[in-house]
Write a protein that binds this ligand. Sequence first.
Ligand code: V47
Ligand code: SF4
Length: 392
Amino acid sequence: MMNPETGIEVLIANTKDEQLKAIGQKILKSERISFDEGVLLFEKGSLSWLGALANWVREQKHGNKTYFNRNFHIEPTNLCVFSCKFCAYSKSYAHREEGWELSIQQMLDIVKSYDGKPVTEVHIVGGVHPKMDMAFFVELLKSIKAHRPELHIKAFTPVELDYMFRKAKLTTEEGMKLAHEAGLDSLPGGGAEIFHPEIRTQICDDKVDAVGWLAIHEAAHKLGMHSNATLLYGHVEKYWHRIDHMERLRQLQDKTGGFNTFIPLKFRNKDNDMSYVAESSVIEDMKMYAVSRLYLDNFPHIKSYWPMLGRQNAQLSLSFGVNDIDGTIDDTTKIYSMAGSEEQSPAMNTAQLVTLIKQVNRQPVERGTLYNEIRDYSQIELSEIESNPLLN
Ligand code: V47
Ligand code: SF4
């Protein structure tokens, strides 16, 4: 049998295009690729070539391990003061009868409904409600922590935080410190979309800009918190806008080291103001994962979000640089189902997630939010997972 390392070396050595070959050689030597080389990968790299290289990087970093976590989502409201063109989820405050607004007690009741269940994380994100302010969210964070102190709270995008901080007349640093002290453990990756103003002004003109988004994550990292980053791709952006976005993230990561995971989010076109834009093909999706893995050399993890992508494409992504497929979320999350995601009521339990990962010969490992390994499921039989309430 061919040694996999020799295999990739042969592939690169036989690459006909000299520019691609030079990039491949750099990657094999763990050298950083440049902005122009990133764009070139998108333009010239074939799916199989990019996939082989990204899979090699993924296996160098994580072997066959594929991480997932057990979490649940809370969406406090879908009322939003902003008007992103791709959003199928939000309603304006003027039409509040069409939306929902959860009270602190209602959100605490959701947390309590998971009592005794082995979830490790709650993911809280929603629209930007004009009346849900800093004091409201500080109280929410404190009451969740008082009820279940060990539950990791990953919550709020810079879009929500920027609005809260500004209304409370707090600097980014002051606001982040207050939220952290109240119980906020880490930040999810949302709200990033495409950083470059040429695209950002077309698709989400009125919310926090790239500088503000990055400053909020930097402030969190400086407090020792970790965070994720996303990129909304496959709409009106060009390849270089994607690389520009990843370049800004790579630079901040060099400075702070606070990012855990990069999550490319595929644009879905149902029921929004960009429905005229065609969605990307599966080939484009897999290329996006592969180039992310190759460009973001300082990001430990690349995640595919299965509710958005569908289960089979999530399995496929595990051969294109992805080493994490998020969590056993239940069907409470509406942001994707409303935009036309593959999964209308996304829900998968541990047995189903483990099966999904094992079917493509990877090693399923449950993780905490910060990638502490909780359990390796590779040797655990499906029947044992299904019959043990602590495992399923
Ligand atoms: O920022 C909204 C996206 C994001 C659409 O950090 C859409 O672990 C596609 O960031 N088509 C929020 N995407 C969700 C998010 C996230 C999800 C899962 C895990 C993590 C994490 C973060 O949802 C928004 C926006 O980019 N989104 N509408 C749409 N039509
Ligand atoms: Fe509001 Fe977020 Fe929708 Fe934009 S994507 S309109 S910020 S809920």
